[in-house]
Design a protein around this ligand. Sequence first.
Ligand SMILES: Nc1ncnc2c1ncn2[C@@H]1O[C@H](COP(=O)(O)OP(=O)(O)OP(=O)(O)O)[C@@H](O)[C@H]1O
Ligand SMILES: [Mg+2]
Length: 313
Amino acid sequence: MQPVIQINNLQKSYKGGFQALKDINLDIDRGEIFALLGPNGAGKTTLISIVCGIVNATEGSVTVAGHDIVRNYRETRSMIGLVPQELTTDAFETVWATVSFSRGLFGKAPDPAHIEKILKQLSLWDKKDSKIMTLSGGMKRRVLIAKALSHEPSILFLDEPTAGVDVELRKDMWNVVRGLQQSGVTIILTTHYIEEAEMMADRVGVIRKGEIILVEDKNTLMRKLGEKQLTIHLHEKLDKIPEKLSKHGLELSDNKEALVYTYDTAAGRTGITGLLADLNDAKIRFNDIETQERSLEDIFVNLVHEDEEDEDE
Ligand SMILES: Nc1ncnc2c1ncn2[C@@H]1O[C@H](COP(=O)(O)OP(=O)(O)OP(=O)(O)O)[C@@H](O)[C@H]1O
Ligand SMILES: [Mg+2]
């Protein structure tokens, strides 16, 4: 199936010459939830803004459902809902008026039943006649989501949807997003919360300094997360790993004082019992054993960090 969004060789330099995006290539599949992770200033909002037609690209092209976003702006824009990162709402309007008006902006006929449905979905129904200025921050963010959904888009961009939203509400919002996915909406979200990507995404992309440095299926990533490391602190240093232990795929630490064994917690057999028996047979004595789990957080931090080291060299 053709990807619903195709981003090809996209570059963006802002006025003054700052290059915010350097040759981005990315396809988004219809119906998926794609999480874009990256540190502050990485280019997440810039990328989203280009696809939504708010910011012009310097080079490259983007198509949405096969339509070029520049040549067929109205068509592509009407397929997209955008929840912006910044809270920008009309303080003096009511929730109902704001959301209904948004629908009108896309040239759609009024549909009070649809507006009622999304306000209920987002737990905003009892606030429908309240002025926006009287709402809490988390409620305002949900109003932004309601606005973005008012014209029934098939693609929804959420730029840091849960920044400043409490844990309880965050979970509610995840449920709303999942519900949208079930109704066929493609969702692209940016986040700093790795847990959010873990919970929500089908695929995860990591962007750093205007470059996409990883795109991976979430389950593949989680399988890597299922890997644990067992560190065996040795009684005496080893020069090399004895032949007898070769089948375990051990690594010797740089200081030669520890053996590191990587295993998969998801697998039925970890191989630890056999390893310990073989260590005993090889007369290798040890003082201590510790295990470490890898998390998406580690992977993310390592990725971002590794690149920095490369650049320093
Ligand atoms: N209008 C602009 N003019 C000049 N530079 C800009 C403009 N908008 C963004 N930038 C720069 O482009 C880079 C990427 O910004 P962007 O907002 O896309 O990052 P982000 O990944 O969304 O960050 P955050 O996580 O903080 O939201 C930053 O260095 C930013 O200063
Ligand atoms: Mg941003």
